[in-house]
Design a binder for this molecule. Sequence first.
Ligand SMILES: [Mn+2]
Length: 329
Amino acid sequence: NPSQRAEKNKAQIKMEQHMVQTLIEIDGRIPGALRVAFGISGRPTPAPGHHDEVANFAAVLLAPRDGASEPMDCDEPVAPGGLRMVFESCYIKDHDEDAHFGHAAAGVVGVADGVGGYRDRVDASAFSRGLMNNAYMEVVTAAPGTHVCPRTLLERAHMMTAAAGTPAASTAVIVSLAGRTLKWAYVGDSGFLVFRDGRILARSQPQQHSFNCPYQLNSERDGTSVAEAEVGEVPAKEGDIVVVGTDGLFDNVTEDELERIVRMGTALGFSPKNMAEVMAAFAFEAARCGNRDTPYSVLGRSEPGRAFFTGGKPDDITVVVAYIVPSSL
Ligand SMILES: [Mn+2]
């Protein structure tokens, strides 16, 4: 029916315009200091003879730290009262196959990334969406106050998604605040970082069969089982910042760059939303930059036949940022 098709086209164009507008808005929020420090474009040059305040600010705030002081965990007094998680997310679509969920009261967030190799056969976002929907439903229907075990949650979500015969495949990561402990479980290259005092305290290591071929969950017997998921935990502290994301973030932004964004964002009083947007926008720019080195290009160059491989990897970018705060706040 032509009029339905016209309506659909109109809706599509409207959505694309909205997306472009969103990107411009997010882009406008990348602070000038970050642009200087990371050499990305879009900042007016100061007039000759004028002091470059932004460059100065960047130099002071973003200088790489020396390795002198690792964060101390055990010898600090534990503050009275409990902890909770506040989180926000930013999603910049490419093929729109990423999915995420979060539940502040239960203290849990997760992201999933539909494997693009299924794109020409089935809806490649089916498994990632199913997985995150099922995880969310499991959390909302749990008794209030339940400490979420990410591995159990991922296992249940996987079982439900597979039982429905959901097509395609997905990587996934779930991080929870269970009492005063941060716990995680992940499969493939969706990952997380925990920052304390502006430095990385804990991080995921991608599970890959080969370059660009991560472990993945699917409905078949040949997929990865949640028994192979990487799991772990670390005691949480007020002020910890958890960043959970898909490879669209981690392939395009280095750990050092994320550390610097966290330090700058903390100094500027960023909300979790600010932090997520700046990270996602930075990943977006880096992905489209042909001549800079990214984690993707550095790893890619070690592959045969890719000696001159530079630049980023355009992809869906999902960033969830969770702050650990006192439960009284
Ligand atoms: Mn991806």
